[in-house]
Design a protein around this ligand. Structure first.
Ligand SMILES: Cc1cc2nc3c(=O)[nH]c(=O)nc-3n(C[C@H](O)[C@H](O)[C@H](O)COP(=O)(O)OP(=O)(O)OC[C@H]3O[C@@H](n4cnc5c(N)ncnc54)[C@H](O)[C@@H]3O)c2cc1C
Length: 458
């Protein structure tokens, strides 16, 4: 069978594939876009969008329970209708997916193939009965939840971030195994929906890449809502117990028995079933596709974008990968991955916005640095909103004034962080922030105040 010829093949319709297909199409190229499940990938279908939609429902329930704090009287207890929460989430994701499908259908030179793609050679890919060939192939295959081989895991009905999205009953007791970003968002939202929730983390603290005091503040935010947190859990194992699951851990505590268990123990790239060996594309020892600073793989004519290349694990990093590839190929603009500054958010409430280095990383770097901090109890907007948990921290180089990093754990922290992030991109010194007039009353308003009162980092 002869292969159908295209100018480009894009495998995976995640966060980078469709916008790249659109740019290539607009440049007059013929494109085959291949998706084995849902267009939009993880973010739209089982990641950011559904979780943030559910986080919004959880926030509404939480605020309603706190109504009396604001002088608002409710005539009865706050109830949660989980089926309606799920229906709302399904509508948001289905609408987004539908919009994406219409967008792709409108790309004149782009053909969407539904099926699993596998390399036959460096320029040829099989999708079901179709053989496709192109001189340029772009991989955007994303990742999936890791399910480590823990004792007893095969014998229990565990959930992952994907199957959580299909759950249509509220767990009586949700045990979340893993204490990082995805786990903590699920833990808090289900607690707010009314489930009993336990978080079990092997490491000594939650969100272990953050500064210790940030981790501690996150833990206390969760515990204040009645979430049981076990850190330093040692070896974790599972066994069925009645209708539920017993989660054992070796740190000398009795097992926790839950009605449901969510495994949120990291992600693995979707690269093991792509036939990469047939194309000669190199992967590292964790299965991530090896790419250079402009996202070229080890094989000329093949690029990798998004979670599958291990250079990021976020929607914004995947989209930025698309921008880098498009800029290099179509705009004669040599953008590169190393131009970007690390930035992300943790969407518990209050959220954590982060950019650049943590205090721990700055200390490790050995440079002379300055630090400024402020608790949310001393931020007018947080006090007015009745949401005073958390704090902000900014770090700058003591010799050059370069802004090194920032953490904002507090109301609107996921938005406020961008004023610091953009200054970092502009390479503006901390004195620029110190002299800026910000709008009152806002959490961001205090960033210049903090910048005016920095102390040497001990
Ligand atoms: C619960 C959860 C919450 C998250 N929240 C956030 C958040 O708030 N903010 C944020 O920035 N990030 C968040 N993320 C991470 C974010 O979803 C991912 O980083 C992002 O979706 C990665 O996009 P991608 O383009 O690399 O791949 P994906 O979106 O995973 O898309 C890859 C696509 O490729 C397809 N595919 C794979 N292999 C093949 C094949 N062989 N043939 C054909 N198709 C194939 C898949 O079906 C999939 O549709 C979250 C993740 C999870 C799990």
């Amino acid at each position: 069978m002869s292969a159908k010829r295209f100018d480009a093949i894009v495998i995976g319709a995640g966060q980078a594939g469709p916008p790249l297909a659109s740019r290539l199409d607009a440049a007059g190229m013929s494109v085959a876009l291949i998706e084995r499940k849902f267009v939009g990938g993880t973010c739209v279908n089982t990641g950011c969008m559904p979780t943030k939609t559910m986080v919004a429902s959880a926030y509404a329930a939480h605020l309603a329970r706190r109504a009396a704090d604001y002088g608002v009287a409710l005539s009865g207890p706050v109830g949660v209708d989980y089926k309606r929460i799920k229906a709302r989430k399904d509508k948001v994701t289905n609408d987004a997916r539908g919009n994406l499908e219409s967008w792709i259908a409108g790309m004149k030179g782009c053909t969407l193939y539904r099926g699993h793609a596998r390399f036959e050679s460096a320029d040829t890919v099989r999708v079901g009965d179709d053989l496709l060939t192109a001189p340029k192939i772009f991989l955007n295959t994303g990742g999936r939840a890791a399910v480590p081989d823990l004792p007893g895991v095969d014998g229990i009905p565990y959930l992952t971030n994907s199957s959580m999205m299909d759950l249509d009953v509220l767990p009586g007791h949700l045990v979340v195994v893993g204490g990082s970003y995805i786990s903590l968002e699920f833990a808090q939202m289900f607690r707010r929906f009314g489930s009993e929730v336990t978080v079990i983390e092997k490491a000594p603290r939650l969100a272990g890449r953050e500064d210790e005091d940030v981790s501690a503040a996150i833990q206390s935010i969760l515990e204040n809502e009645g979430i049981a947190v076990h850190v330093d859990a040692g070896d974790i194992g599972f066994a069925r117990q009645g209708n539920g699951v017993a989660v054992t851990f070796s740190a000398g505590k009795p097992p926790v028995v839950g009605s449901h268990v969510l495994l949120a123990l990291g992600r693995v790239p979707n690269t093991d079933d792509l036939g990469l060996d047939k194309a000669g594309v190199a992967v590292d020892k964790r299965g991530y596709i090896v790419v250079d600073d402009q996202l070229r793989t080890s094989v000329p004519g093949i690029w990798a974008m998004g979670d599958c290349n291990g250079k990021g694990a976020f929607t914004h990093t995947s989209y930025n990968d698309y921008e880098i590839v498009a800029a290099n190929l179509l705009d004669n603009d040599p953008r590169k991955v190393s131009d970007r500054i690390e930035a992300y958010a943790l969407y518990i409430d209050p959220p954590l916005g982060r950019c650049g280095m943590t205090e721990t990383a700055v200390k490790k770097s050995g440079r002379r640095a300055l630090v400024g901090e402020r608790p949310m109890t001393r931020v007018g907007r947080a006090v007015e909103k009745g949401e005073t948990q958390g704090f902000m921290r900014i770090l700058a180089d003591a010799d050059t004034g370069e802004i090194l990093g920032c953490s904002v754990l507090g109301p609107g922290g996921d938005e406020a962080i961008h004023s610091v992030l953009d200054l970092m991109y502009a390479k503006a010194p901390i004195s620029t922030l110190a002299r800026a007039m910000h709008i009152h009353p806002n959490v961001s308003e205090l960033l210049p105040t903090i910048a005016q009162d920095l102390k040497p980092l001990a």
